[in-house]
Design a protein around this ligand. Structure first.
Ligand SMILES: Nc1ncnc2c1ncn2[C@@H]1O[C@H](COP(=O)(O)OP(=O)(O)OP(=O)(O)O)[C@@H](O)[C@H]1O
Length: 850
């Protein structure tokens, strides 16, 4: 996502720029700060979690699909509220704001008066839902002011406009893996308003019906709803008439046991009635559809002899009869159309048997051409029924519901056309968005232009440009009177288009293909079958047979075709036809005021209220929201209110004084910016006016480029780290001083304690010595007295009879002398210290000295 915006912003600056807790309150994605895919995504997620499904993105409305009914969001009262508010832009984002703004623009008659509401998004994102909401809004609002006299007409028209939806959905929608009610065509509906802005009519233009679905349904998907409606909703008589007994299997009706709410036959028949399709016409329509289903059950078996046509399988004969009956053609002719081809050689015709696969291709081709013809007839009918006379309406509001960007594993002509349409719309969108951005800058007094912004012109040149482009080469290839060779065509594409940087090839790939770098991502297109699809050939035998159909509707459908130059038509390729219709559409869009709504599918499983970031971001890219972010990034993506700017960056010039005057603030901002540029040594590179390319002071905000924000933040970080360094130094010094003082104090305390201990010790020793001396003297005196007594009494006393003295010195230094057997415990000293006990005289002393 090559963006210059810094997605990995520091936590700190992110917190400064965005208040994540308040993200769900941001009504406009362009107001998140800075505008990066990641912040935009976080904002959308926060809103979705808070059950807020609409958000502005500048001039675009982003609609998140809730995948569950939210009735209060679309009630009549809500419509009224948005219609009656004096400032719709100030109400909460809603699809009704878009509708109301467009309506007011028509009322205001400001050029361009006509409006286009472009609804886009991937399959299942909610485009059809949104288009229906818009139509309901106008059907209500445009009628609400209608005068009583006209009420009937207006009501009738509204009813028809609304009824056209279920009818077209029955024939043009199908259940796919991505959406149970997927539109298999694009449409542009014009709601016609008279001079009083009342809805007086409507017309619809359709694009690229996926007619292949009639004969081929991808695994797990279904055919168009109308077939299933017939199967499940028809009366017994109808089923009998269509030869559809209960339990009947049709090869082209897979998954017919799955019943959807879309299988509402009655509603479809009711809508036909309201639109004026009478019962006879309805009967013919259903017979044609039944005929198609019976065609699908026709099978052939290959012939052993190549010169002979393939045979019908036995069980298919009945289906062929039925199909012929319903389509109003002769069964034999139908069979021969499938099995034999007529080759024209000058005025002569040669019959050639078809191979088995050719028979099936012809069968499928007939079904497709009939269904496409019937759909086209239906659209024309609806138009005739709804369209007002050109003199009665003066303005219109168009609703465009187109396929979103597609990128599958295998992509072919259909995806190329769809993605080409999306490129065209993107180009239109970008030019419109740039204009809106430019206007916003101007309103803030910012003189800056997006001239340097690169749009998707290169990619469009590649696809549709002249003289050489994918389309022109494809048309050339399709017109050749031979089957296209995919490998040769790839070489031709490479030779002619390799200068364009939007195309590339994987030379190691087995399958011939080319890769286009679309604005929404790269897509690989397989070349095999592309030229054939572009030709879309219909064997002339089939058309001739249909011209003669007894089914008057089918006859009408193909005779209308006859009125056009059929020969020329067959030469008009799919891409040429599509390009033409798209160019017409673009002309209309360019002449109107566009309003964009981007529908987003928050998860692929259609689960209610589940937001998958990785899936949403891909869609934001595909629908151009990321592109708008890139455009913003090409301008001034960071917008900071003056007060916040001052608060955050004041430290760069702390000596500056600010008062509330605006000029003073501007001077302040300028001084800071110049200082930063000077300090960062970039001022010499950015002189004079160029400084304005980095920053601009609006009326209330400072507009910055990402690089200027980075410079400011770098400077701020440097200042902060300088401050941190100073603080660290002071702290270290303080710590060191404290340590020294502590050490000195400890030394003093230690000295005092030590001297006290020594003094205490000496004192104890002195006391002990005195006691010992005293005891010694007592003992000596005792001995002396004993000796005297011995001498006196001449008694026979042995030294062993001398009394034994017990000497105890406690750890505290107290000494006690006693004669044994006096108990020692008496001498234990308080505090629990064990007294040191010894006998006196010591044994050695006893032996040596006594
Ligand atoms: N605003 C909404 N509120 C409730 N449900 C919605 C809303 N928008 C869409 N849905 C649901 O999502 C489903 C798919 O929407 P929708 O058919 O409009 O998609 P889509 O974009 O038209 O798809 P596709 O391109 O396949 O036609 C709807 O059937 C509906 O159930």
């Amino acid at each position: 996502m090559g963006t210059s915006l810094n997605d990995s912003l520091d936590e700190d600056i992110r917190l400064f720029l965005i208040d994540e807790k308040q993200l769900h309150t941001y009504d406009d994605l362009t107001k998140v700060n800075p505008v990066t895919p990641s912040t935009v995504l976080t904002c959308l997620q926060a809103r979705y979690d808070a059950k807020v499904f609409y958000t502005h993105a500048g001039c675009t409305l982003v609609a998140l699909n809730p995948f569950q009914p939210i009735p209060y969001l679309y009630s009549l009262d809500v419509m009224k509220e948005y219609h009656c508010t004096s400032q719709p832009q100030e109400s909460k984002p809603h699809i009704f704001i878009v509708a109301e703004e467009a309506y007011r623009n028509v009322k205001g008659q400001l050029e361009p008066v006509n409006q286009s509401l472009v609804v886009s998004g991937e399959s299942g994102a909610g485009k059809t839902w949104t288009s229906r909401c818009l139509m309901k809004y106008y059907a209500t609002v445009a009628a609400s002011s209608s005068v009583v006299k006209k009420q009937n007409t207006v009501e009738r028209i509204e009813r028809r406009v609304l009824d056209s939806n279920p009818l077209m959905e029955a024939f043009g929608n199908a259940c796919t893996l991505r959406n149970n009610n997927s539109s298999r065509f694009g449409k542009y509906i014009q709601l016609q308003l008279d001079s009083r802005q009342l809805l007086v009519g409507a017309s619809v233009q359709t694009y690229l019906l996926e007619k292949t679905r009639v004969v081929f349904q991808p695994t797990g998907e279904r055919n168009f709803h109308i077939f299933y409606q017939m199967m499940s909703g028809a009366t017994t008589e109808q089923r009998k008439e269509w030869k559809m007994p209960n339990g009947q299997c049709f090869a082209w009706l897979p998954n017919s046991n799955t019943h959807l709410e879309e299988d509402c036959f009655e509603e479809t028949v009711g809508a036909m009635g309201h639109l004026g399709i009478n019962t006879e016409r309805q009967r013919e329509m259903f017979r044609i559809l039944a005929g198609i289903l019976h065609l699908g059950n026709i099978e052939f078996c290959s012939s052993s002899d190549d010169s002979q046509p393939c045979d019908l399988e036995e069980k298919s004969k009945e289906y062929l009869q039925n199909a012929a009956e319903f389509l109003g053609v002769v069964a034999l002719e139908l069979e021969s159309c499938f099995r034999v081809r007529t080759l024209k050689a000058g005025k002569q015709s040669v019959l050639k048997p078809c191979s088995l696969s050719d028979c099936l291709v012809r069968r499928d081709c007939l079904a497709k051409v009939i269904y496409a013809g019937l759909f086209e007839w239906l659209v024309t009918y609806i138009n005739n029924s709804m369209c007002a006379e050109s003199s009665t309406w003066s303005n219109f509001i168009g609703v465009l519901d187109v396929y979103g960007f597609e990128c599958f594993q295998l992509n072919n002509l259909e995806q190329l056309c769809i993605n080409y349409a999306n490129e065209k719309l993107q180009q239109h969108f970008v030019s419109h968005y740039l204009k809106a951005q430019q206007e916003e800058y101007i309103s803030e007094g910012l003189e800056w232009s997006f001239v340097k912004y690169q749009d998707n012109r290169g990619c469009l040149d590649l696809i549709e440009g002249s003289p050489m482009s994918v389309f022109s080469l494809l048309n050339e290839e399709s017109r050749l009177n031979r089957t296209s060779d995919a490998r040769l065509f790839r070489v031709r594409l490479e030779n002619e288009l390799s200068k364009n940087r939007s195309i590339s090839w994987d030379r190691f790939s087995q399958e011939p293909h080319f890769t286009v770098a679309h604005y929404a991502g790269k897509v690989n297109y397989q070349i095999e079958g592309m030229a054939e699809k572009n030709k879309d050939p219909v064997p002339s035998e089939l058309i001739n047979m249909l011209h003669k159909s007894k089914n008057s509707l089918l006859h009408q459908v193909f005779s209308e075709d006859e009125e056009q130059p059929t020969k020329g038509l067959s030469k008009v390729t799919v891409v040429s036809k599509f390009k033409n219709s798209l160019e017409n559409l673009m002309k209309i869009l360019h002449s109107t005021t566009p309003h964009y709504t981007r529908c987003i599918k928050p998860n692929q499983d259609c689960k209610p209220l589940t937001f998958k970031r990785e899936e949403v971001i891909l869609q934001l890219e595909a629908c151009g929201i990321v592109e708008t972010i890139h455009i913003s990034a090409a301008g001034f993506p960071v917008r900071i209110p003056f007060e916040s700017f001052i608060q955050r960056y004041r430290m760069i010039k702390p000596t500056l004084t600010i008062d509330s005057g605006n000029n003073n603030i501007l001077d302040f901002v300028e001084t800071i910016i110049t200082d930063v540029l000077k300090q960062e040594d970039v001022l010499h590179q950015i002189r004079g006016d160029k400084q304005n390319s980095l920053v601009h002071c609006g009326k209330s905000k400072v507009f910055l480029t990402q690089s200027m924000l980075d410079l400011l933040e770098d400077r701020r970080k440097k200042i902060l780290s300088q401050c941190a360094f100073t603080i660290q130094c002071c702290w270290l010094r303080y710590q060191q001083r404290k340590r020294i003082i502590r050490r000195q104090s400890a030394t003093v305390i230690q000295a005092v304690v030590r001297s006290w201990l020594v003094r205490k010790q000496v004192h104890q020793w002195n006391r002990a010595a005195a006691i010992i001396q005293k005891s010694w003297r007592t003992w000596r005196d005792l001995l002396a007295s004993l000796a005297d007594r011995e001498l006196d009494d001449a008694a026979d006393v042995t030294p062993n009879e001398l009394p034994e003295l017990n000497l105890v010195i406690s750890k505290q230094g107290s000494v006690h002398v006693s004669s044994v057997p006096e108990p020692v415990t008496e001498w234990e000293v308080q505090g629990g210290d064990q007294p040191v006990q010894t006998n006196w005289p010591p044994s050695e002393l006893n032996q040596r000295d006594l």
